[in-house]
Design a protein around this ligand. Sequence first.
Ligand code: GAR
Length: 201
Amino acid sequence: MTKRVAILLSGGGSNMLKLVESMTGDHPARPVLVASNDPGAGGLARAAALGLATAAVDHRPHGKDRAAFEAALSRHLDAAAPDIVCLAGFMRVLTEGFVRKWEGKMLNIHPSLLPKYKGLHTHARALEAGDAEHGCTVHEVTPALDDGPILGQARVPVLKDDTPDTLAARVLTQEHILYPRVLRRFAQGHRDPVFLDTSVR
Ligand code: GAR
């Protein structure tokens, strides 16, 4: 049975695009919804241009009431009935109740080698720490932020003249390889992690 995939994003959606592009041919999954908390997110427009079903659920009218925002989002998600939910640059912290509902079915990509650098500004933090390598992680979403079983990691070298932006770009290139690879395996039922390493110089 083909798996149904919903993708949640807040920004430009380059990871969403790579996931969608990967879901063709003999891939075990297909995209059924791209949703965002930001009606102006570039990724929503890109998804709509591809002819995908989209939903914008603005979080701002809900203020600090995360559960109310999630209830509105859930109406779209429930209607799409996904088997897998991919967070792809989705920048809202989710409540435990929402996460529990999708536990075992929800993936996230995070721009660091977890458990290092949970949260924001991961590239600047890796540079400040003087790390020799950095990278990204795809993991199952559990109630604790940027936690949960690791499904894949890609490592990149940190170069001498790196800025947060140059490092982010190097990591993003790997995100685009790692996330589709993990999603395909996850949709096939594999949970053992994939490790990509471009840090060998
Ligand atoms: C990606 O680098 C992703 O890892 C990051 O946001 C970017 C989204 O880019 N996610 C997080 O920081 C989540 N905490 P995209 O919109 O081009 O895919």
